[in-house]
Design a protein around this ligand. Structure first.
Ligand SMILES: NC(=O)c1ccc[n+]([C@@H]2O[C@H](COP(=O)([O-])OP(=O)(O)OC[C@H]3O[C@@H](n4cnc5c(N)ncnc54)[C@H](OP(=O)(O)O)[C@@H]3O)[C@@H](O)[C@H]2O)c1
Length: 279
C-alpha cells in the first residue's frame, strides 16, 4: 500500500523551500511526507501556506523552526552569504548528530573546479580555486565528520529545466536581443530539477547516504548544449558571446563510480533536452 503524507514516518524540512530547487523538491515530496519549507523574502504564496516558515539565516535562530517541525530529514537548498551559511551548517550538524536524524546537502560540481583536466568521481579529493567551490567544500567537510548514515551530499552540475533561472535568462536575452554567453572550452554534465527531485525521493525512500554525483552519464560542451536548448525551444535566432577562460578544454563534470543510483534514475543529456520540448 502506498503511504500517504499523514501516515509517513518522515518529517522533512527544506531550507530554501522557496528557491528553484527547494520548491521543486517540496512539490515532489509534499504528497508523500509531512514536508515543511522556509522562505526568506516576504511572499504571499508562502505566507498563506502553513507548511512554510519565514527564515533568514543572517538574522534568525534555526532552533525555533527545528523545535516546531522536529524534522527527521533536513534538506539544505540555500544560497546567500557564505560564512553565515557555514555557521548555520555547523549548528545543523550538531543538531543532526544529537537528534540522530539525517541531512541532505545540495553541493556542486564546483568542489572540483581546480581539476580542469578530468571529470571527477565520488571519492576523488575535492579541490577548488573559486570562492564558491571553497565554501561548498567547507560545508561538505563539516558534514563528512558525521556518521555516514546520517548524511547525503549531492554534488550537482548545472541544473536546467523549463522553470530554471538558466533557461529563463536565455529566453530573456534572446527576446531583448542581448547575447547569450557560451563557454566553448567547458566540458560538463547536466541535470534538471525533475531528474534531481526523483533521485532525492528515491534516496529518502531507500534511506541512502554518502556522496552522490547526480549528473547525466555523458558529457557535453557548454556551447553545443546551450545551442541545442535554443533549437529545442525553437526560439528566435540567438546572438552568442563566446567566452574563452583558458586555451584548453576545462572539465566541470561529476560522474559516478561507487555510489550509483539504479538504471531508471540515470539519464543522458539528450533526456534533459527532450524534457524541455515537452514542458
Ligand atoms: N541551480 C543550479 O544550477 C545549481 C547547481 C549546483 C548546485 N546548486 C545548489 O543548489 C542549492 C539551491 O540552488 P537554487 O538554484 O535552487 O537557488 P535559488 O533559487 O537562488 O534559491 C535559494 C534559496 O535560498 C533562500 N535564501 C537566500 N538567502 C537567504 C537567507 N539569508 N536566509 C535564508 N534563506 C535564504 C532563498 O529564499 P528567498 O527566495 O525567499 O529569498 C531560496 O529559497 C544551492 O545550494 C546551490 O549551490 C544549484
Amino acid at each position: 500500500m502506498k503511504r500517504t503524507g499523514k501516515e509517513s514516518k518522515h518529517r522533512i524540512l527544506i531550507l530554501g523551500g522557496s528557491g528553484f530547487l527547494g520548491n521543486a523538491i517540496y512539490k515532489e515530496l509534499c504528497s508523500y511526507f509531512k514536508t515543511y519549507g522556509t522562505y526568506c523574502i516576504s511572499n504571499k504564496q508562502f505566507e498563506k501556506n502553513h507548511q512554510f516558515f519565514q527564515y533568514n539565516f543572517e538574522e534568525d535562530d534555526i532552533y525555533e523552526i527545528l523545535d516546531i517541525v522536529k524534522p527527521t530529514i533536513i534538506i539544505s537548498a540555500l544560497r546567500g552569504d557564505f560564512s553565515k551559511q557555514v555557521l548555520l551548517h555547523e549548528h545543523l550538524a550538531e543538531y543532526v548528530f544529537t537528534q540522530k536524524i539525517k541531512l541532505i546537502f545540495l553541493s556542486s560540481a564546483n568542489v572540483f573546479d581546480a581539476y580542469s583536466k578530468y571529470p571527477s568521481y565520488e571519492n576523488d579529493k575535492t579541490l577548488s580555486n573559486s570562492i564558491y567551490g571553497h565554501f561548498k567544500i567547507k560545508i561538505e567537510n563539516i558534514l563528512l565528520r558525521l556518521p555516514k548514515k546520517q548524511v547525503a551530499i549531492l554534488r550537482l552540475p548545472m541544473v536546467f529545466g523549463s522553470q530554471s533561472p538558466r533557461i529563463h535568462e536565455i529566453i530573456k536575452n534572446i527576446k531583448e536581443k542581448e547575447p547569450v554567453e557560451v563557454f566553448p572550452n567547458l566540458v560538463m554534465n547536466v541535470t534538471s530539477d525533475d531528474r534531481l527531485t526523483q533521485q532525492i525521493h528515491f534516496i529518502i525512500n531507500r534511506n541512502k547516504s554518502g556522496v552522490f554525483h547526480l549528473g547525466s552519464n555523458d558529457l557535453v560542451h557548454h556551447d553545443d548544449f546551450i545551442k541545442e536548448i535554443i533549437e529545442t525551444l525553437t526560439l528566435e535566432k540567438a546572438i552568442y558571446k563566446h567566452v574563452y577562460t583558458t586555451n584548453d578544454e576545462r572539465y566541470l563534470a561529476v560522474l559516478t563510480k561507487t555510489n550509483k543510483l539504479p538504471k531508471h534514475l540515470q539519464f543522458e543529456s539528450t533526456n534533459i533536452l527532450e524534457e524541455l520540448k515537452i514542458n
